[in-house]
Design a protein around this ligand. Structure first.
Ligand SMILES: NC(=O)c1ccc[n+]([C@@H]2O[C@H](COP(=O)([O-])OP(=O)(O)OC[C@H]3O[C@@H](n4cnc5c(N)ncnc54)[C@H](OP(=O)(O)O)[C@@H]3O)[C@@H](O)[C@H]2O)c1
Ligand SMILES: *[C@@H]1O[C@H](CO)[C@@H](O)[C@H](O)[C@H]1NC(C)=O
Ligand SMILES: *[C@@H]1O[C@H](CO)[C@@H](O)[C@H](O)[C@H]1NC(C)=O
Length: 372
């Protein structure tokens, strides 16, 4: 596609409108000089979301390989007017692949990610398998693209990791402020949607809501506690010694790696709320330098991929529904922390779609950086 990749990354909202218009004219982004792409886990929910985002952004490709387990080999997968045959994922799947988007679970990534990279493919991995591995860049394209600038198509294989959804959503809002006044400490409280735990969890929320409204008992299956008309501490594994769950620790460790600041102080409380799709986060920040509300809003407005909803008069701020299916992360409630006597504290409220910017979109944006 002709619109420069950097322009797209600077202004995803604009790029999306442009690419939609192009889709109407061009129909498909299949082009002889595009990279050879593979999607691992094509029959899964995440694999399908990858196809949606590739199409929305008119991602160029010369060929596309649809990979899944032996169970799905031979199935048909339609994409941009072409019918593809799903192939079984093997160690030999990657000899003719430039970019491989992996989403078949952490164990497949662990086993075949390095095989694909050895065969010369650049692996963009949506699992947590390699996020904290030294030498594997952990990338949010708007935040730290420089960490993958040494990786180029045709110059040897590599693995690039996609961060956890809560980390991506928080850092889209906090990075522009960090650049103005340097974050010293961050306190995050999340309000996480059902979609983060997959399609079955969304169905559990629907079913329990119906049952409770009908006067029947809710029947917990995926989550240990009642989900409808309730909320609970995030269901990821708890470190009994420390008292933090995995989701909270990912926010801490991934932020330090992405910012390249091993000492930044972060604490988090992650909670699952009965919202269908899109996460919300309340964030309290302490800075090294003074920062005013106006400076913060200015920095947020200038940051690509961020939209502001901050209408105090009408008490209108971001909601998960505002963010649902949207590419951008929404920020509001930007205010001075009145518990401090200096001008070095701010509070904000952030909402982002965890399937879009929280996963598939971020991975495809990483692939777009490789085209530059
Ligand atoms: N969707 C979510 O919100 C969510 C949330 C948390 C974690 N996850 C994890 O993320 C991963 C992908 O999620 P998903 O929702 O897309 O899962 P999914 O719907 O179960 O799809 C998994 C995909 O991986 C493929 N796969 C499984 N085993 C394979 C193997 N041995 N070799 C090659 N391909 C294999 C499947 O192919 P077949 O169709 O051939 O089996 C399918 O395409 C899963 O591990 C899931 O546990 C997903
Ligand atoms: C991959 O992306 C999906 C959303 O597209 C997300 O829900 C899932 O947790 C991610 N992780 C893995 C291991 O695939
Ligand atoms: C983020 O981490 C949590 C906790 O380990 C996990 O349940 C969730 O699937 C992860 N999301 C992504 C996008 O990897």
């Amino acid at each position: 596609m002709q619109l420069s990749r950097s322009a797209q990354l600077r202004a995803p909202g604009v790029a999306k409108r442009v690419s939609r218009a192009r889709v109407a004219v061009v129909k498909a982004a299949k082009t002889a000089d595009g990279p050879r792409v593979a999607i691992v886990g094509i029959t899964g929910a995440v694999g399908q979301e990858f196809l949606t985002v590739l199409k929305e952004r008119n991602f160029p490709y010369s060929s596309i390989k649809m990979l899944a387990s032996a169970r799905s080999a031979g199935k048909k997968q339609e994409f941009e007017g072409v019918s593809y045959t799903v192939e079984e994922l093997t160690e030999n799947s990657f000899n003719d692949v430039d970019i491989a988007l992996f989403s078949a679970g952490g164990s497949i990534s662990k086993k075949l990610g390095p095989v694909a990279a050895k065969a010369g493919a650049i692996v963009v991995d949506n699992s947590s398998a390699f996020r904290m591995t030294e030498g594997v860049p952990l990338i949010i394209p708007e935040v730290n693209p420089e960490a993958m600038s040494h990786i180029k198509i045709g110059k040897g294989g590599a693995i690039i990791a996609n961060p956890n959804c809560s980390t991506i959503i928080a850092l889209m809002a906090v990075t522009p402020l960090d650049r103005v006044a340097t974050v010293k400490r961050m306190v995050v409280s999340t309000y996480q949607a059902a979609s983060g735990a997959g399609a079955a969890a969304m169905e559990e929320l629907r079913q329990q809501t119906r049952d409770v409204l009908d006067g029947k008992p809710a029947q917990p299956k995926i989550f240990p506690q009642q989900y409808a008309f309730n909320l609970f501490s995030h269901n990821s594994a708890m470190d009994v010694e420390l008292g933090y769950n995995e989701e909270e620790m990912k926010l801490v460790k991934e932020t330090r790696k992405i910012w390249g600041k091993p000492d930044v102080r972060i604490t988090a409380t992650c909670v699952r709320v009965p919202v269908m799709r899109a996460h919300a986060e309340s964030i309290n920040l302490e800075f090294e330098k003074d920062i005013s509300e106006a400076q913060a809003l200015e920095a947020l407005a200038a940051f690509p991929g961020v939209s502001i909803i901050n209408d105090r008069t009408n008490n209108r701020f971001p909601t998960p529904l505002d963010a649902t299916t949207k590419d951008n992360v929404f920020v509001g409630r930007v205010r001075r922390d009145i518990s401090r006597e200096d001008k070095r504290g701010l509070d904000l409220f952030v909402c982002g779609d965890q399937i879009k910017k929280g996963a598939a979109l971020n991975a495809v944006q990483i692939a777009e950086l490789l085209l530059k």
